[in-house]
Design a protein around this ligand. Structure first.
Ligand code: FMN
Length: 357
């Protein structure tokens, strides 16, 4: 019997969503610090058959935790103990910033979705870098075989204008690349004004080129570089980003971030309107995220690693993304609804799936 749905229904669903997230995340970290996570790991560790190669790294599972859950690298080891093959930390910005005023995270339970306008609340690159460094060393010690991978997702500080975006991303690349297994340039959050304009290839080319060079220089090795795109891009713009990524020999594309669309929802229009502005994630994003993956797959013909994210809830969803051309798959929103053993459950079912063998 699963206990989490009852906890969610009786406790979390009545609380402010950000407060529920903080309590849940604190409990996960507590389980790690008191040693319970290490014990659990015997049951949550992905089967060896799930090991996946992507951009020169070996991942214990193709399934990982998307950016936004652990924005500042406070719980990487604890989350890895739950079975995620990678944890993408961030978005981290060059400067510390508080994000948007609360309330800024809302559940649409009927739709198994959330709307957020967090606005990149984080301690800033300089403060997060040492946490990543020590988490990396700890993962190495705690997972002597194939260890979970740390992705680092960087974005633009709100106070920095678009004209100075490149130098702001470079601050993050310089301090964070040495502790990152891979780096993601996030240009697709709807909650930082103007950010998504950086997806225009004319602007994206110099940004990705500069970040890639700076990251490799700072780390003294090649740090795989990916770009994360929005589901709201037109098909032509998706093709243009794919062409650019191939041209720049980028290591991959992550698709997709949250959407500003509000279509196909079962929640009442009043409930949705009361949430206000922000990015919608979870089940309603599933279809569009799959479409973007298919579009990218066609445009890149297998020449680029694709990471699919958006509306993934089950092992079947993960498998569908792998079958559609993704090498790695991520999820976030369903974690809030499914609870701490979500990744372990997905891994167990994936390992049983014949098409992975
Ligand atoms: C509360 C919340 C915060 C998020 N913060 C970030 C973020 O800081 N950076 C980012 O690239 N994506 C962020 N995301 C987007 C997720 O990484 C993911 O792309 C999106 O939610 C779609 O996946 P899902 O449907 O599995 O949640 C956030 C999502 C949520 C729900």
């Amino acid at each position: 019997m699963r206990v989490y749905p009852t906890i969610f229904r009786l406790a979390f669903s009545w609380m402010d969503a950000e407060r529920a997230h903080k309590i849940g995340f604190r409990a996960i970290r507590l389980a790690h610090s008191c040693g319970a996570g290490r014990v659990l790991q015997k049951f949550t560790a992905p089967a060896a058959s799930l090991q996946t190669q992507a951009f020169g790294l070996t991942f214990p599972s193709p399934f990982g935790l998307a950016a936004g859950f652990d924005k500042e690298g406070h719980g990487i080891e604890a989350l890895a103990e739950l079975g995620f093959g990678h944890v993408e930390v961030g978005t981290i910005t060059g400067q510390a910033q508080p994000g948007n005023p609360a309330p800024r995270l809302f559940r649409l339970v009927e739709d198994r979705a959330v709307i957020n306008r967090m606005g990149f609340n984080n301690d800033g690159a300089a403060a997060v870098a040492p946490r990543l460094k020590s988490a990396r060393a700890a993962l190495q010690r705690q997972h002597p075989g194939v260890r979970p991978v740390i992705g680092v997702n960087i974005g633009k500080s709100k106070v920095v204008g678009l004209d100075d975006a490149v130098s702001d991303y470079l601050i993050s690349a310089r301090s964070l690349a040495p502790a990152a297994d891979y780096l993601v340039v996030n240009v697709s959050s709807p909650n930082t004004p103007g950010l998504r304009l950086l997806q225009d290839v004319e602007t994206l080319r110099p940004l990705l080129t500069a970040v890639g060079e700076e990251a490799d220089k700072a780390a003294g090795r090649h740090v795989p570089l990916l770009v994360k795109i929005a589901p709201d891009l037109s098909d032509e713009d998706i093709d243009a980003v794919a062409r650019l990524a191939l041209d720049l020999k980028l290591d991959g594309i992550i698709a997709t971030n949250t959407t500003i669309a509000r279509t196909g929802l079962s929640s009442s229009p009043d409930t949705v309107a009361a949430c206000g502005a922000g990015g919608l994630s979870g089940a309603p994003l599933k279809q569009r995220s799959l479409e973007v993956l298919a579009r990218l797959r066609n445009a890149t013909a297998g020449a680029l690693t694709l990471v699919s994210v958006g509306g993934v809830e089950t092992a079947q969803d993960v498998q569908a993304r792998l079958d559609a051309g993704a090498t790695l798959v991520q999820g976030y929103t369903a974690f809030l609804y499914e609870g701490p053993f979500w990744a372990a459950r997905i891994n167990r079912l994936l390992a049983k799936h014949p098409s992975r063998r």
